[in-house]
Design a protein around this ligand. Structure first.
Ligand code: ADE
Length: 236
């Protein structure tokens, strides 16, 4: 039973509609520039919503700040992603069962790609109960055919070529989608022993048309993403 839920998205577009639905909305003053944080009630749950900015460092910083300041019971990372698995199409949804940093490269020291040296794990597992509830919430909203579960990979790169996508699949054949924050949020949540989940709507297929598709589909799919999150909050 989660009483206090933190929702983190990278871009304004990914979180602004959630702010608009907040009851008792309050803008929290952060001591960090460029980290807007709002608190309030959404689907009868106490929530903290943050726009962390793009990339793993911004995501990690925001997550630790939110944990230190609000001590949430649960963290949700929301946003869009590029589809990597051929099963995943634009406007489908992926619920992450696990995540890793696909661009972490210490291979010269014998570590497999994606492994963070000297850390117990480099693959961060989402909360399994929340994964099931999120699959249910997304399935109820969109129909099960558009909902996938599996590995989400994150890196500080917008993946926009068939070669880049192929290389991710060679290193991590189970990848469902790629984005730029999820595994960093998951790592910080894990190190703080706070359960998390990543839910992503597919804006593009991480191929040569990705920049164009991203711009075209971003605003189209976010309303559905927000409805799925509100359904999830109703279930937890
Ligand atoms: N977010 C949405 N699409 C993406 C892509 N192709 N690469 C990285 N992050 C993304």
């Amino acid at each position: 039973m989660a009483n206090k839920v933190a929702i983190i998205g990278a871009m304004e577009e990914e979180v602004e509609a959630l702010y608009q639905n907040l009851l008792n909305i309050n803008e929290h003053e952060t001591n960090l520039p460029d980290l807007p944080v709002f608190t309030g009630i959404l689907s009868e749950k106490e929530v903290i919503i943050a726009r962390c900015g793009i990339g793993k460092v911004n995501a990690a910083l925001a997550t630790q700040y939110i944990i230190n300041t609000f001590n949430p019971d649960f963290i949700i990372n929301t946003g869009v992603a590029g589809g990597v698995s051929p099963k995943v199409r634009i406007a489908d949804f992926v619920v992450g069962q696990s995540s890793l940093q696909h661009d972490f490269d210490a291979r010269y020291f014998g570590y497999p790609m994606g492994t963070i040296p000297r850390l117990k794990t480099s693959v961060f597992l989402a909360d399994s109960r929340m994964v099931e509830l999120c699959i249910q919430a997304a399935g109820d909203e969109l129909g099960q055919k558009r909902v996938h579960r599996g590995l989400i990979v994150s890196g500080d790169q917008f993946v926009a070529s068939t070669e880049q996508k192929k290389s991710i699949l060679e290193f991590f054949p189970d990848t469902m989608c790629v984005e730029m924050e999820g595994a960093a949020i998951a790592q910080v949540a894990h190190l703080n022993q706070i359960p998390h989940i990543i839910i992503r709507a597919i804006s593009d297929q991480a191929d040569n048309s990705a920049p164009k598709d991203f711009n075209q589909y971003l605003l189209e799919i976010i309303p559905e993403l927000n409805r799925v999150i509100q359904r999830l909050l109703n279930l937890i």
